[in-house]
Design a protein around this ligand. Sequence first.
Ligand code: PLP
Length: 377
Amino acid sequence: MPDSSAVHFTNAFDIRSVGCSGDPTMFEAFWRETGDAAELVIPGWQTMSYFSDVGNVCWFMEPLFDQQVRRLHRTVGNAAVDGYHVLVGTGSTQLFMAALYALSPADADQPTSVVSTAPYYSSYPAVTDFLRSGLFRWAGDANSFVGDSYIELVCSPNNPDGAIRDAVLSSGAGKAVHDLAYYWPQYTPITRRADHDIMLFTVSKSTGHAGTRIGWALVKDREVARRMTKFVELNTIGVSKDSQLRAAKVLGAVSDGYDVGGGGASRHRLFDFGRRKMVERWRMLREAAAASGAFSLPAETSGQCNFANETAANNPAFAWLRCDREDVEDCAGFLRGHKILTRSGNQFGADPRYVRVSMLDRDDAYDIFISRLASLK
Ligand SMILES: Cc1ncc(COP(=O)(O)O)c(C=O)c1O
């Protein structure tokens, strides 16, 4: 290999090795072993029309995708689906925007305030404000919000710190959007069947297929579902059918792994794989932080998981790492100097002594991160 490409590879690897983006490549190892269970061939003449199911509120949603979403939630028991509309989006990010559009009164004098308890997912303020909408506006930490009219984003388990959260505001005119991207058994015990008005999910974090760009919303109210669908219609005239069919295939393969009643339970069990990996990675991380002595992590919590039928720990998809050294005020800068790229706490409305680190990188990158962290004093 010529010298220049060797240098390029080293740089690229360094960036990957610290995984500040949350790219869920950890799951590739699982899907490599599943043979044709999640494979899909689409003939040239298929998925050509804009339309999928004209009788459905979400007219561009493939019926098979709808079915597999409902089946997986029934299998896992993490969210209610009966009486809910399923909507598909280009990632749950598009449905998050659709929810802001649907919940903001068109005739209000002022843009509706969008809030979330800090530390909050850094995309919430960025996505809310990037088009400078007259309908809604980012208003920061929900705990310091004063007023009656708002949209509260509730992320549970929370990105970046893994906390289990409930809404903190409760005015009659306020609305909540529950982002449950991480409410899956590999990350947290499934303690109840969530039944909020609007719940967002994504294959990015449930199965690891972030590149397929498919998310879904479970929405109770038909008018809200209709308005969210309108947003997607105006934004992208629907959602890739090819991606929907792939997502349906992948979700179906996950459910098949646990379909004991149907006799189809395969040996490929995504949540078992994911939980094993996350338990191992969190053990490694806590040992590395202890060996270093310079960092602290959120305390481990656990609960009864109704899906696994046992007590399970919370194993968040991100580590919310605090640098305890008195001389370090910018933890991200300090770690960058030691070839560990992270996202600074200030991007999440929090103290820059904190950083967010992805726990979902590939094994080789994660191992390098752990050994670099353990060696820091
Ligand atoms: C809490 C949360 N919601 C949504 C998303 C984005 O999901 P998607 O890839 O489906 O747009 C992420 C991605 O990191 C996330 O952490």
